[in-house]
Design a protein around this ligand. Structure first.
Ligand SMILES: Cc1ncc(COP(=O)(O)O)c(C=O)c1O
Length: 430
């Protein structure tokens, strides 16, 4: 093992040996090379003649650039054309950290790591897999989950996705969650929670949120070492009262020495920048301190350096300028109002029970999506095809659940959308 990786492992073990048990073999071996090209370049910053990094510089010292590109961009070239660090730009990392505290007030003063920038959430989840999953390790997650976990965690790291029953009688199935978490031998457990959930659009009530946290606490007290990955892609889009608005990461952060909370989040959905490709990985554990977090950040940045090297500078700079804009919060509220209007339009159309003979809605209260469960005998694939051909309507079929991304549908079209699904169901019944 490289001595720099050994040193990071020593810092981690000295602080909390449970975390060393949670790391995968890859995770134990990785480190951010202090004396690599990036490290040596950082040492040379500010020198008179700097011939370190592989990026060209104009004679006036500014980044070399093509006018065809620069002329389209209002930002200073220094914020756009050079590489960003593998850890991410320090300014946006600090800002995102303070935003995590603002959005999750119950974190209080509990210390969390400095977020490391990833190439959006998919990549953050992949890097969490790199650090915490060995071939054959189990990932415990709800049976309604984002299908791309199969590729990011299953195909990429050989993890086994083990599902608990997510919803029962319109509620989070706490009993199924508890028994799956505690199934098998005491040891390392990797848990993946995604609220608001894709595909169902369900977030736990406050009581369920607290119960989920208690179940994790008891499991940790019994000796399990739990890596709790919180996929917060749709954070902030909660449309009903009584539903938890904070990330589970908040409550898990101070919970127990055996629970490492890993927050994968980012502006992709929160700030409507799907193509920007910026996300963050942030860590927290009870009594975590700066040295521990710095070691975890270095491992994460090392994994990123060996994978995509770094994320786009222009996206990070644009986002930071938006976060610092006085208009930012007002503009977000306006978009939230549009999303909520669409949510309410869906609730209204479904409220009469007109479609119940063909489909019923799974519980939903947040996010971008909702699902309808087709009545016995109806085939989701047939209906999906018919919807495209005859009604010019697109939905996703997930084993006879139809996932409806109402976030992408104007409120005025919501009725037509469900009427179309209903008609297609009736066509198929004939
Ligand atoms: C639950 C969930 N996590 C992560 C992602 C991916 O986010 P990103 O585009 O930031 O990689 C999605 C996107 O559909 C998602 O639904």
């Amino acid at each position: 093992m490289n001595p720099q990786a050994e040193e990071l492992n020593r810092v981690i073990a000295e602080h909390n040996p449970a975390i060393l048990e949670m790391l995968s073999e890859r995770g134990k071996n990785i480190f951010f090379p202090k004396k690599g090209i990036l490290g040596q370049t950082a040492d040379a910053k500010g020198t008179r003649i700097n011939a370190t990094i592989g990026a060209a510089i104009e004679d006036d010292g500014s980044p070399m650039r093509l006018e065809a590109i620069a002329s389209k961009i209002g930002l200073d070239p220094s914020l756009v054309f050079p590489y960003a660090p593998s850890f991410g730009r320090p300014d946006i990392r600090a800002r995102w950290k303070s935003m995590i505290y603002e959005k999750n007030p119950s974190l209080g003063n509990r210390e969390i790591s400095l977020p490391v920038v990833t190439n959006a959430l998919t990549h953050g989840i992949s890097m969490a897999g790199y650090l915490f999953l060995d071939e054959g390790d189990e990932v415990i997650l709800p049976d309604l989950f984002w299908g791309n976990y199969n590729l990011t965690l299953g195909n990429a790291y050989g993890a086994r996705l083990t599902k608990f029953n997510f919803l029962k009688n319109g509620r989070f199935d706490l009993a199924s969650f508890e028994s799956q978490l505690n199934d098998g031998n005491i040891g390392k457990k990797v848990l993946l929670l995604n609220f608001p959930n894709n595909p169902s659009g369900y977030s736990p009530t406050i009581a369920e949120y607290n119960a989920i946290v208690e179940i994790i606490r008891e499991s940790a007290e019994s000796g399990n070492k739990i890596v709790a990955i919180c996929d917060d892609a749709y954070f902030g889009l909660v449309y009903e009262k009584g539903i938890a608005t904070e990330s589970v990461f908040s409550a898990l952060s101070g919970l127990h020495e055996n629970v490492l909370a890993v927050k994968a989040d980012g502006p992709t959905k929160e700030d409507y920048v799907w193509g920007f490709r910026v996300g963050f990985l942030t860590y927290s554990i009870k009594d975590g301190n700066a040295a521990l977090y710095s070691a975890l950040e270095s491992k994460t940045a090392g994994a990123i350096r060996g994978n995509i090297s770094n994320s786009a500078n222009i996206s990070q700079s644009l986002l930071l300028s938006a976060f610092n804009s006085p208009e930012y919060h007002k503009e977000k509220e306006a978009k939230f109002a549009i999303m909520k209007e669409r949510y309410e339009a869906v609730k209204k159309v479904l409220s009469g029970g007109k479609y119940d003979s063909c489909f019923t809605a799974l519980p939903f209260n947040s996010g971008y999506f909702m699902c309808v469960k087709l009545a016995e005998g109806l085939d989701g694939e047939e209906i999906r095809g018919l919807l495209i051909k005859k009604y010019s309507i697109g939905v996703i079929n997930l084993n006879n659940l139809l996932r409806v991304a109402y976030a992408a549908v104007a409120a005025k079209d919501v009725k037509d959308l469900f009427e179309g699904i209903y008609s297609a169901c009736l066509d198929c019944k004939k």
